[in-house]
Design a protein around this ligand. Sequence first.
Ligand code: HXC
Length: 281
Amino acid sequence: VLRDGDPLEEPRDPPRPPLASGRYEHILVEKRGEQNNVGFIQLNRPKALNALCDGLMREVGQALDSFEADNNVGAIVITGSDRAFAAGADIKEMQNRTFQECYGGNFLAHWNRVSTVKKPVIAAVNGFALGGGCELAMMCDIIYAGEKAQFGQPEILLGTIPGAGGTQRLTRAVGKSLAMEMVLTGDRVSAQEAKQSGLVSKIFPVDQLVSEAVKCGEKIASNSKLVSAMAKEAVNAAFELTLAEGNRLEKRLFHSTFATEDRKEGMTAFVEKRKANFTDS
Ligand code: HXC
């Protein structure tokens, strides 16, 4: 049973003010789509195969904050390069870290920002999505893969284990046997295997992946942002709650849509045989 104050989401810092795209060092940030309503984040450390250093993940958090605060943005795409979505957390940065530093500083806690965004987030994965890279993709709501994508949790080969949700989200996505095999051997799976196991929803040719992800973002952004956030909250609850609790939350959110202008507009537009004009209210 959900009680007031029971956090479905991790607590987080208040949103930071939007930053101009020029102020990012490790990522490229812009808006895409015909209506400029898809927030677009490209990881941009090509020489390190987009290894997710601390600074990069902080910038991703800032970009997400700015898109979350932007009323025109209805969906967000995160992508990397053709060669690598991200080859994991930055091993060179982690190499000399102590337990005391990790535990005391709650190492990687800020990565959770990706999983607390209200707006739908699509990962467009070309190339390697390994370790933290695979975990970052799994924090997103939808994963699209390029034909040559490879997914893996190779931390075991470094003497450690996934630390940003890999053991949990991968297991929920692909089931125990494949998750165990990937986590215990470090073996990678192809885009095709990832699709077959339910980790990704669609595969595209490498050069079409990003535009297809943006198209999906545009489709999502054309719906009510308010109601999309409710839909996302309800689906995510399936990972946290019992069936009875989840259905109850769903029903309450469903009832809540009847308090919105957009629900009224959507049904009226259907009856009047015209396209709905949502106002996110
Ligand atoms: C830092 C990395 C890196 C990483 C690659 N590089 N992955 N640097 N952290 N995770 C750097 C390499 O050091 C090299 O730079 C450059 O990127 C190119 O990599 P190469 O190895 O030369 O390329 P290639 O031979 O094509 O092999 C690609 C690869 C391999 C298979 C992806 O780089 C690899 O195995 N990377 C590590 C993958 C991994 O173990 N990821 C999990 C990390 S642990 P220089 O300058 O040295 O030539 C993790 C923990 C998660 O993610 C816990 C919570 C987040």
